[in-house]
Structures are given as C-alpha cells and as structure tokens.
Design a protein around this ligand. Structure first.
Ligand code: B12
Length: 211
C-alpha cells in the first residue's frame, strides 16, 4: 500500500471514530504532501461515512454518533477542498441542492466540490429545497443542469415534482436533470424522466463531461 493510500485509509478510520484531531491532522498532511485531494475525499471521507452508515444500520451507531461523524467529515472536507485544482474555464452552470424534506448534505457537498474543481459553475441551494426554488433559481441563473440529491426513499418522489412542475411551466427542455444519492438509482431516474444518474462524485463528472 502506498503512503497516500495509507493516509486515505487512516482518514476513513478517523471519520468512523469521529476523531476530529486525527482527521484534521491527516487532511493537512495529505495537502502538505501534495497527494490527490479528490481521491482523499472519495476514499477517506465517502468511504468513512459509508461505514458509519453500515454501523447505523446494524444499530451499533445512533443519531448522535452520526452527527459527530458528519461534523468531522465536514471539517476534513473543508481542509481538503483547498487541494482540488480549479479549471479556469466554465464548462457550464449547475444548480444543485438536496430535495425538499431531506436534510442530508454531505454527499451533495462533495459532488458540488468535484463539479467546481472540474470547471463547472455551481449554485448550491443547500438542503430541503422546494421544486419552486429549484426552478426559479435555474431560470434566473440560466443554468444548464439541475442536479438534485436525496438519501431518503420518503423524499425521492419530491424530485418527480420538480420535473412535473418544469413540464407545467413549459421549461422541461431548458435543463438537463441529473439525480443522485442513496435513495435513487439509474432505473428510478429513467422512471421519473430525469436525464441522468450517477453513483458517486467521480462518476458525476464523467457523466457531465459526456452531456
Ligand atoms: C449521516 C447521516 C445522517 C446525518 C446527516 C448529516 C448531514 N449533514 O448530511 C443526520 C444524523 C443529520 C441524519 C438525519 C436523518 N437520517 Co440519515 N443517514 C446518514 C447516513 C448514515 C450517511 C449519509 C452520508 O453522509 N453518506 C456519505 C456520503 C458521502 O454519501 P452519499 O450521501 O450517498 O453521497 C454520494 C452519492 O450518493 C452521490 N450523490 C449524492 N448526492 C448526489 C446528487 C447528484 C446530483 C449526484 C449525481 C450524485 C450524488 O455522490 C456522493 C459522493 O460520492 C445514511 C446511511 C447511508 N448509508 O447512506 C443515513 C440515512 C440516509 N438516514 C436516514 C434517516 C431515516 C434519517 C432521519 C429521518 C433519521 C431520524 N429518524 O431522525 C433523519 C433525516 C431528517 C431529514 N428530514 O432529512 C435513512 C434513510 C432511509 C430512507 N427512508 O430511505 C438512512 C439510509 C439510514 C437508514 N438506513 O435508516 N442522517
């Protein structure tokens, strides 16, 4: 295992343990050594939070644990984002947010960072975003893409509301709609008439580049 991989794995461990001191130190070392920040975010933070999710599902972790781990993940992301190279030219405008009723935003924030690093302009509306806010922002900002996240099966239907409202407004063809998050799949994207689905941040960029 390379030095970089060892650090990414330790970072995942620090997220799982909600060890803020270790996560900050590891993230700073990754930056200082010039290791790939995008890989550190995927293999350290995303993988770490995935494991946290597994523990939650097995009832080994509870909501307060999730909150602690999420806070550490956010802290480490804030450090590592400094290492993401920025493409100077804008390759398109993306309005991003977590759908109405859902407040999960760690994955959405990571995807937004990857988009910015790849040269896209991102307007992040945050979490719990209504169909109307998504559409008004996309129209006013003249966006090319609407990117919508959701982690809950109970809220994924709200993404369909955005698409239906766009149709009612006669604007469905004005934007590409990209969806993601644990509660949705490629099949779900097809069913509701979205243009694309990506499983993680790296795949999101590959998909956007193809549009
Ligand atoms: C951390 C967490 C929380 C934290 C969130 C902190 C935060 N700021 O986000 C807290 C503790 C606040 C929380 C709250 C709740 N949670 Co929660 N949470 C999780 C957990 C454990 C991890 C989520 C996470 O951060 N993953 C890590 C990130 C990096 O991965 P990701 O989000 O999937 O994102 C990646 C991809 O999906 C993709 N992606 C994400 N968004 C997008 C968007 C686009 C456009 C694209 C292309 C790609 C993409 O790229 C990302 C990066 O690679 C999940 C379990 C799990 N395994 O997912 C449960 C989970 C999502 N939560 C769940 C629930 C039920 C809740 C609560 C209702 C709990 C409660 N009883 O109060 C509340 C929700 C309140 C609300 N209304 O929103 C359930 C949802 C079940 C369902 N109905 O489907 C889950 C699945 C746990 C479970 N098995 O029960 N939660």
């Amino acid at each position: 295992m390379s030095d970089a991989e060892r650090l990414f794995e330790s970072l995942a461990r620090a997220i799982i343990d909600a060890d803020e001191t270790a996560a900050v130190q590891l993230s700073e070392t990754i930056l200082a050594k010039g290791f790939d920040s995008a890989k550190a975010i995927e293999r350290g933070i995303s993988v770490g939070m995935e494991k946290v999710g597994d523990f939650f599902e097995k009832s080994e972790y509870f909501i307060p644990d999730l909150l602690d781990c999420a806070a550490v993940a956010e802290r480490a992301t804030a450090i590592l984002r400094k290492g993401l190279a920025k493409e100077p030219v804008s390759r398109g405008k993306i309005v991003m947010g977590t759908i109405f009723g859902d407040t999960h935003d760690i994955g959405k924030n990571i995807v937004a960072l990857f988009m910015e690093a790849a040269g896209y302009k991102v307007l992040d509306l945050g979490k719990d975003v209504s169909a109307r806010r998504f559409i008004d922002a996309a129209v006013q900002w003249k966006a090319d893409v609407l990117a919508i996240s959701t982690l809950m099966t109970t809220t994924r239907g709200n993404i369909q509301n955005v698409i239906e409202q766009l149709r009612l407004d006669g604007k469905r063809e004005s934007f590409l709609i990209l969806i993601g998050g644990r509660a949705v799949t490629r099949e779900f994207a097809q069913t509701i008439g979205a243009d694309g689905y990506a499983e993680n941040a790296a795949e999101t960029i590959r998909l956007l580049d193809k549009f």
